[in-house]
Design a protein around this ligand. Structure first.
Ligand code: PHE
Length: 349
């Protein structure tokens, strides 16, 4: 019996050695170790042995089994490695294939307008500054010549957080901040764009909107005048909206400028003939502007006898509507992808 086992082992090892792939190897495994396998048969025959022989033959069979199993395992391992290697070689990536198209987002029209305005004013020597959206009553009103109880405060219904803090109703607050930060250093040429908030909720007003503010202060002898303001706003509006639009300056009132103006632009929809958008007037109001009030200069560290300048402020949504002929302001807020997609690299193409 011992010879028989040795014989089986020897031929098994040879067959394992010869096996060319894992399928053949598995067949060899079944042939020898399976239910009806050669070695299993031998084990079955052990019941005919004498009690003395049984443990001896038993341990020989076990040894043989262990050796065969180990050899099969090693061979299996080799095959696995080979298969993996072949797979890796086959799976090389063809980098010349066209890639899947990535969906590119687009800049929001209001942000486009902000960037364009900033670029334009930087080219004219202005600094781009910013201020807090949660502002104090002091900077939003007091330092702009709007003391507590001033009737003009009623024009800007506000979101007060406490008695002292509110969401800024106008970027003009940044005028006061900029003057105080510079105290009699000149010139100041600043532009500031950002969010503003008012307690309004009807069809043509949103509780949150964007404004851009401009401020120029210089020594009196440099004579920053209304003519400079007018020229600056003309460059601004014509560059942003189009050469053909016309500007109209109307006397108005703001507590922080004197004299003050409201600036209208000829309606983009009807070209000035009159339509529903411009309420049949041919004009749409876009800017507030004026010569900085002496009180404002005084309160923010500039002697009005020695310094002077102009300021202007405008709503960003209006400008975006003009520039892109958007007929309804709500398109700018509702995040409709069909609307926003149209602004994908619009200017570059
Ligand atoms: N802050 C004013 C507004 O919100 C606009 C303005 C700015 C007017 C600067 C004059 C000077 O209506």
């Amino acid at each position: 019996m011992k010879e028989q086992i040795e014989q089986i082992t020897k031929s098994a090892l040879e067959e394992i050695q010869k096996a060319e792939n894992s399928k053949i190897l598995n067949e060899v495994k079944v042939k020898i170790l399976g239910k009806k396998g050669e070695l299993t048969q031998v084990l079955r025959g052990m019941k005919d042995l004498s009690p003395e022989e049984r443990p001896i033959i038993g341990s020989i069979v076990n040894e043989a089994r262990n050796e065969i199993e180990k050899t099969i395992e090693e061979k299996e391992e080799k095959f696995k490695e080979q298969e993996m290697q072949e797979k890796i070689e086959k799976e090389t990536i063809d980098i010349t294939l066209p890639s899947t198209k990535i969906k590119r987002g687009s800049k929001h029209p209001v942000n486009r307008v902000i960037e364009e305005i900033e670029d334009l004013f930087v080219s004219m020597g202005y600094d781009v500054v910013s201020g807090p959206e949660l502002e104090t009553d002091e900077f939003c009103f007091e330092r702009l010549n709007l003391p507590q109880g001033h009737p003009a405060r009623d024009m800007q219904d506000s979101f007060y957080i406490t008695n002292e803090y509110l969401l800024r109703t106008q970027t003009s607050a940044v005028q006061a901040r900029t003057m105080l930060a510079n105290t009699e250093k000149t010139p100041i040429r600043m532009i500031c764009a950002g969010k503003t908030y008012r307690r309004e909720d009807d069809a043509t007003h949103s509780h949150q909107f964007g404004q851009v503010e401009g401020l120029v202060i210089d020594k009196k002898e440099r004579n920053v005048s209304l003519a400079d303001l007018k020229g600056t706003l003309e460059v601004f509006v014509k560059k942003l909206i189009g050469k053909n639009c016309e500007l109209r300056f109307r006397p108005s009132y703001f507590p922080f400028t004197e004299p003050s103006y409201e600036v209208d632009v000829s309606c983009f929809k009807c070209g000035g003939k009159g339509c529903n958008l411009c309420k049949q007037t041919g004009w749409i109001e876009v800017l507030g502007a004026g010569i900085v009030h002496p009180n404002v200069l005084k309160m923010n560290g500039y002697d009005p006898e020695k310094y002077g300048g102009f300021a202007f402020g405008t709503g960003l949504e209006r400008l975006a509507m003009f520039k892109y002929a958007i007929p309804d302001m709500r398109y700018l807020y509702t995040n409709d992808i069909r609307f926003l997609n149209q602004f994908d690299r619009k200017d570059e193409e």
